[in-house]
Design a protein around this ligand. Structure first.
Ligand code: ADP
Ligand code: MG
Length: 344
């Protein structure tokens, strides 16, 4: 029989809520690296060092020379929806920071053991916060340089099921290298260092020219097969490089799309680029594309994916048409596509 008075619905406690949210934001070690790099960028860091132990499951240390946090801010940074980046929903229309959901630190701390050490210029002493899936362990003063360092140990120790879904060390490392590479391209003025098991695996190129960065990050062979692409209209401007049709991959690992400086994945943009090649690409193969899109932020909805990986664009159709035509022109300049085919 059913007891009419018993209640089955209850509000989840904060640690459970965070673990559920973490499932969306923190899929794998590379997600942690992505979120922490974005925080460093938002804190105006010019130098970001990422040190990986194991393949990220053992330890990840991200050290930046950004503005740091006050003692008070450091104490609440791990709370869900704690953010210094927006106040109201309207702020999302003009969002220029990488973060805004106030979810990353809370999510990371719910699935790992975290130590944050941070100091603002205006404070003589820094703050150290130790936090894990059961909450804040300690908040103490600590001597440290201006900036922030976050050590993430034992990722997914509190969610063993998630840990089981991780791929091989090689795959997880490849994801981390990919995240750092994309950020190198997105932020040429920031110097990144990626150290894996004590070995420097990647260092930011010293040049701010995109092509030099591509050579550095993806190799000269890739760079040699590229042609420049430039496009400008009221709605959108695009600059960067796409590959001649002979350079293709079975996946989209050579496609880096930046929208207003944010590295994003976009089926729509990727499809439009591919369309511009007409029949020049073999089935199931993708061209390389390193493209910077500048679009009025009002036309970019960044709040469609918890990890902010995907964005939604207004004027989708027009933008796709523009991309197709930009790709055609770039390839035509290299006289690879017969003009007849282009001028129909
Ligand atoms: P969000 O980035 O969406 O605001 P996070 O959970 O990633 O949310 O971070 C919470 C807040 O902690 C940020 O809004 C910022 O004020 C502060 N913070 C996080 N990382 C750093 C950092 N590396 N340097 C300075 N402040 C930081
Ligand atoms: Mg963030």
């Amino acid at each position: 029989a059913c007891d009419m008075n018993s209640s089955r619905i209850r509000l989840l406690d904060e640690s459970t809520i965070n673990k559920i949210a973490a499932g969306e934001v923190i899929e794998r070690p590379a997600s942690v690296v992505k979120e922490l790099i974005e925080n460093s960028i938002d804190a105006h860091a010019t130098d970001v060092r990422v040190e990986i132990g194991g393949y990220g499951t053992k330890s990840m240390l991200i050290v930046d020379n950004g503005i740091g946090m006050s003692h008070t801010d450091a104490s609440i940074a791990f709370k869900k929806h704690a953010t210094s980046k927006i106040n109201r929903i309207e702020d999302l229309d003009s969002i220029l920071t990488m973060g805004f959901r106030g979810e990353a630190l809370a999510s990371i701390a719910s699935v790992a053991k975290v130590e944050l050490v941070t100091r603002q210029e205006s404070e003589l002493e820094g703050t150290k916060v130790v936090v894990d899936s059961s909450g804040i362990r300690s908040i103490t003063s600590a001597g440290t340089a201006v900036g922030t360092s976050i050590l993430v140990n034992d990722l997914f120790y509190s969610t063993p099921a998630r840990k089981k879904y991780l791929k091989s060390a090689r795959t997880e490392i490849a994801h981390i290298v990919d995240v750092v590479s994309r950020n190198c391209l997105a932020h040429p003025d920031v110097s990144f260092t990626l150290i894996i098991d004590g070995k420097v695996t990647l260092r930011s190129p010293s040049s701010v020219k995109m092509l030099d960065s591509i050579v550095h990050l993806y190799g000269a062979d890739v760079a040699r097969s590229l042609v420049p692409l430039e496009y400008d209209s009221d709605l959108i401007s695009i600059s960067g490089y796409i590959s001649k049709p002979e350079l293709t991959r079975s996946g989209k690992d050579l496609q880096v799309f930046l929208i207003n400086g944010r590295p994003i994945f976009s089926k729509q943009l990727s499809n439009a680029v591919r369309l511009g090649y007409y029949t020049l690409l073999p089935k199931g193969r993708y061209p390389a594309a390193f493209l910077n899109f500048t679009i009025n932020p009002v036309n970019v909805d960044v709040n469609v994916h918890p990890a902010k990986r995907e964005v939604r664009l207004s004027h989708e159709k027009e933008i796709s048409v523009m991309i197709v035509s930009a790709v055609e022109k770039a390839l035509a300049r290299d006289s690879l596509v017969p003009e007849v085919q282009l001028n129909k």
